[in-house]
Design a protein around this ligand. Sequence first.
Ligand code: PLP
Length: 475
Amino acid sequence: MNPLLNHAFDPEEFRREGHQLVDLLTSYLHDCRDAKTMPVLPPSLPDDMLDFWTRDLKNSGFNLQEFYQTLISQSNHIHHPHYVGHQVVPPAPLAALTELLEALLNNGMAIYEMGPAATAIERVVLRWLAEKIGMNDQADGVLTSGGSAGNLTSLLAARQAMSGYNVWDDGAADDSKLAFMVSEEAHYSVARAARIMGWGEKGIVKVPVNSRMQLDASKLEETLTNAKDRGLKVIALVGNACSTSTGTYDPIDEMADFAEANGLWFHVDGAHGGAAAMTEKYRHLTKGIERADSVVIDFHKMMLTPALTTAVLFRNGQHSYETFAQKAEYLLSSEAKKPWYDGAGRTLECTKKMLGVKVYAMIKLYGDKLFSDYITTTYDLGQTFAGLLKNEKGFEPAVQPDGNIVCFRYHPDGFTGDINKLTAALRKKLMDDASFYVVQTNVAGQTFLRVTFMNPFTTEQDLSALLNLVKKLAS
Ligand SMILES: Cc1ncc(COP(=O)(O)O)c(C=O)c1O
């Protein structure tokens, strides 16, 4: 036996290193929970970081546990209660542990025989989610690798179902000017899907937003008429549940009415906030989501799952078979009735991770309540923070938040300079300080700080500490 290969597959070394890694990660999780003095971000200049790892690769000698430790210290600490940056969830630790199992089993999932249990589990998880958001048993879909892939998958299905000809097999008709309508607050992956489909910028018809950055439903009629007058064939309407930048929800139910009345496919990008449909308290924000033709929900945003795990649900499950209708005969059954269990016919991926397994483990371990408790807790933090902003002099929210994303800025009394420049400078100082991770965004042409409460252990005291830090840095 080749000694190197033998070493690489040594089960006992796996056991030894694995136990040590779990101990290391356990201490790390304790540090994140307890040690608020620990910075949220590592010192990080891109060129320095590249230099470090370039040199490290050339160094002789390597200790796996030291490598793990170094990697932790150079990474963002998502489990730290002061991590209020981008929409990345601190995964439930046992979901991460389950991912280790998935990584080692590595069943490919393109077709049933490549991942039997994981294929069935994926379907069970999708059915479970469809029911939780109020869809009936006609719903079906796929798990895919991220919300961007999910939006593309949904919009490809919309195109195939609504273009009026077989665009998948025959290619785009020269004279077809297909388009969809969406607010300007949509995630860029929605516009990118239109461009990938070859529609260019004209394929994205922007519906104006109101002062809360929600799609203004009163403008739908006029926008559609104008698009038709320009010779566009609008096939779909896309709603944000919620938008990435400000976290506000479009009027989903009203949009469903409009789509229905005008024969449009209705897609809901619920990558971040679609799962709020599972909560008592915030369900109203997603009212009508069950009427959508397609819905995307990221488990790796508001459902405690390591990235990437995205559900694409179709209200009429048959549509999920049309998205990628082309045959790959060596993999896929060519029978007319497509079997539910050969996933590659319905996803962008051929080989796919065993995406549903960790979600299934969480449902069984903790019950559905885990997800609604998590969403409710983090959305409540959004309301708490909005209350603090109101009571603290000088702070202004961009919009009243719906959920756990809040945009705000500090406008001290008597400040007459450029507020956008001040806000950008403050964000830079916050990054240098590294005790909180806060990002920056643009709302209606104005610069704002943006926080997303992803950690259910962030407290009101943490939020007050953030506002105090902003004031201190501004002075
Ligand atoms: C509303 C929305 N849609 C889609 C995406 C893209 O999701 P992913 O990062 O999983 O590709 C995001 C990511 O932030 C998002 O907020």
